[in-house]
Design a protein around this ligand. Structure first.
Ligand code: PRX
Length: 652
């Protein structure tokens, strides 16, 4: 067990500022703050130096190139994510180390431990399966899998042969799957018959069948996780275990150009249509590897658990690629944290002696609510470091996590990043600190950013503004939106020009250069750590035939961070009722998935509009938050506001 880290009150106005103790400084990869200056003096040289820690089939000719909207890393270099995640360790004689521990939800079922040797064998076989089904370099492959080892096998196999994968969260609806598969032009889908969630078998294949309809998907590979009784379409569907049984065990990794696409991952922007963020190979590999290593203090023998779903970027980078490239053990849990009881998380940590835990503030708030008795029943002394991601963490959740889970020994690494950035961008390092509740920290070494005002000028310490990342851009930053480079340019470089990436996050900085992220400044919500556009929920609700008009805004929520609230105008002759409410929720489930369900549906006669007919969401947002409404004189229908106030009070 490591010693407690010390709590230094450097100045009385700073209540909770933690710094690493000597043991931690000694153990951490980096403990000298001079790293920041050194790296920023020449960021390109910094990243190139660490790129050498990975394997390159051919070294790059040029480490970095910049032209507006088209920056490149490790130009001319050839590498492969799967080779770096697996073969590199096996070749170094570490094939017997455990790569994955899989914990199934049914507590009676045995956990699986998969070594690097075994994972390489499975990945190579599956890569051969994909090839035999006609998948070639550059072809897109859909992955719609639950939290089972095959999700990692599938991603790695795609990376091995250079077929960009596009993973869709298994709780997303068939329609969401279809939209993404159509946009990506995928020709193969990997799914499962189902999975266990809260003690129930969820039939995923049924959703996959609906979602595949109307796409260009020719083959569906189905992993058997439940009883294997799902319908299989002749000529299209094959069982994973059947095709794996005869596949060859060796598959040479494709030497990928550094700038070749590794994967596409859809995420919410401020419109109803999710965007396919794509990432490259070399730059993504280097930043994923290095941030995982330094931020989570990964060393040989560590058993690291990132609780994110593989359907999110966090799962891609910190369950799969970044973690495995470091040769440690990555833990995957299939199910829900309250099954069979509220202590499951802590039971898993005790059972597998987990050393680092990386989770989301929304989960932490839920654990707080469930009560201290659950973690107290378990021995959590194996933990050495804690991480959070996905949304701003509130003080209470931070202190609880630090005391009750970390036992006061573990630094909390609060990592700010996005699907677009591919890997961690802003957080303090375990050997340097400081660790301050609600403050993510400084930009990672080699990354420069600042808080800017609307005109692009850095704001003063303590002032609010917009977080922006400067050129030279970090190696893992997205190179584009699949099929929509104009949207890419406008969204990220429209505000501050091509040398300043616009994050859409509000922030403040302190006098130590730490950033406190205050949340999205666009119409993107963060619901229980899930990124969701208000426009997506609106467009889903609008598909219900009873709906005439709808506006969705977000409202703060104790557990989930934010939740959607929907203002719905029904068509003439339709009366508001609980029945209709239920029906609308069902529509959202069908179009997006249960994660997008509005917390409240408020039936109204009218919504405030500008004279040009645009809905004034600002007013609706103020109403649901109980904030001042501000000026309503420019509205086309100022009277609507009073009626709305009443509707909000009575919840429609
Ligand atoms: O608002 C920020 C918030 O999550 C957004 C990105 O969401 P997504 O692309 O789904 O990726 C989530 C996992 C990387 C950001 O724009 N966010 C992420 N991490 C933090 C955060 N907000 C505050 N603090 C964080 N540590």
């Amino acid at each position: 067990m490591s010693e407690p880290i010390k709590w230094v009150k450097k100045d009385p106005s700073r209540e909770n500022v933690y710094w690493p103790n000597d043991a931690m400084k000694k153990r951490a990869w980096i403990s000298d703050p001079a790293i920041y200056e050194k790296a920023l003096a020449d960021p390109v040289a910094f990243w190139a130096k660490h790129a050498e820690e990975l394997h390159w089939f051919k070294k790059w000719d040029k480490p970095y190139e910049f032209a507006p909207h088209a920056f490149k890393w490790f130009v001319g270099g050839k590498t492969n994510l799967s080779y770096n995640s697996l073969d590199r360790h096996v070749k170094a004689g570490h094939g017997d180390r455990v790569a994955l521990i899989w914990e199934p939800e049914p507590a009676a079922e045995k956990a699986q431990k998969i070594t690097y040797n075994e994972l390489l064998r499975r990945v190579s076989k599956f890569a051969n399966v994909l090839k035999s089904l006609g998948v070639r370099k550059g072809d897109r492959v859909g992955i719609y899998l639950p939290m089972i080892p095959e999700a990692v096998v599938a991603m790695q196999a795609c990376a091995r042969i250079g077929a960009p994968h596009s993973v869709v969260f298994s709780a997303f609806s068939p329609e969401s799957l279809r939209d993404r598969m159509v946009d990506a032009g995928a020709k193969v889908l990997i799914t499962a018959d189902g999975y266990w969630r809260r003690g129930k078998g969820i039939e995923l294949k049924k959703s996959a069948d609906v979602g595949v309809d109307g796409t260009k998907i020719e083959k569906v590979i189905v992993v058997r996780r439940l009883d294997g009784t799902c319908p299989m379409k002749a000529g299209r569907d094959v069982w994973y275990h059947d095709v794996m049984a005869t596949a060859k065990e060796e598959c040479a990794p494709e030497p990928m150009e550094s700038e070749d696409i590794s994967f596409i991952l859809y995420t919410s922007g401020s419109t109803a249509k999710p965007k396919g963020i794509f990432h490259t190979t070399g730059g993504y590999a280097v930043q994923s590897y290095l941030t995982a290593k330094w931020n989570f203090d990964l060393h040989e023998g560590d058993i690291y658990w990132c609780t994110a779903d593989v359907g999110w970027v966090t799962g891609h980078t910190y369950i799969n690629y970044g973690t495995l490239m470091n040769g440690v053990t990555s833990v995957i849990y299939e199910g829900s944290p309250d099954t069979p009881d509220f202590g499951r998380m802590w039971a898993i940590i005790e059972k597998h002696k987990i050393t680092q835990l990386y989770t989301a503030p929304t989960a932490i708030r839920m654990f707080v609510k469930w009560g201290n008795e659950w973690p107290e029943k378990h021995d959590l002394s194996s933990l050495r470091l804690l991480g959070t991601v996905g949304e701003p963490i509130n003080l209470d959740a931070w202190l609880w996590y630090f005391d009750k889970i970390g036992g006061g020994r573990c630094p909390i690494i609060d990592t700010w990043w996005q699907t677009e950035t591919g890997a961690n961008m802003v957080n303090n390092l375990p050997g340097i600190g400081p660790f301050i509740p609600t403050v993510a920290g400084r930009a990672f070494p080699g990354i420069q950013g600042d808080v800017l005002d609307a005109g692009g000028t850095p704001v003063a310490v303590g002032e609010g503004g917009y977080l922006s990342i400067y050129e030279p851009f970090p190696p893992a930053l997205t190179r584009g939106i699949w099929g929509d480079m104009e949207r890419f340019k406008a969204q990220y470089f429209g505000d501050y020009g091509p040398k300043r990436y616009y994050t859409s996050d509000g922030a403040r900085k302190d006098d130590m250069g730490n950033f406190r992220i205050t949340g999205r400044v666009d119409d993107v919500m963060n619901v229980a750590g899930h990124r969701l556009a208000t426009a997506e929920v609106e467009s889903a609700l609008a598909q219900n035939e009873k709906v005439s008009e709808v506006a969705v805004v977000s409202k703060p929520h104790d557990l989930k961070g934010e939740v959607p609230v929907a203002f719905v105008l029904l068509k003439a002759g339709m009366a508001p009722s609980d029945e209709t409410r239920k029906e609308l929720i069902k529509t959202v489930d069908q179009v997006i998935g249960p994660t997008a369900r509005p917390e409240e549906i408020i039936f109204v006669e009218d919504v405030p509009k500008t004279r040009s007919g645009k809905i004034m969401r600002r007013i609706l947002k103020a109403l649901v938050r109980g904030e001042p409404i501000g000026d309503t004189t420019t509205l086309m229908n100022p009277d609507s506001v009073n009626a709305l106030k009443k509707a909000v009070e009575h919840k429609g």
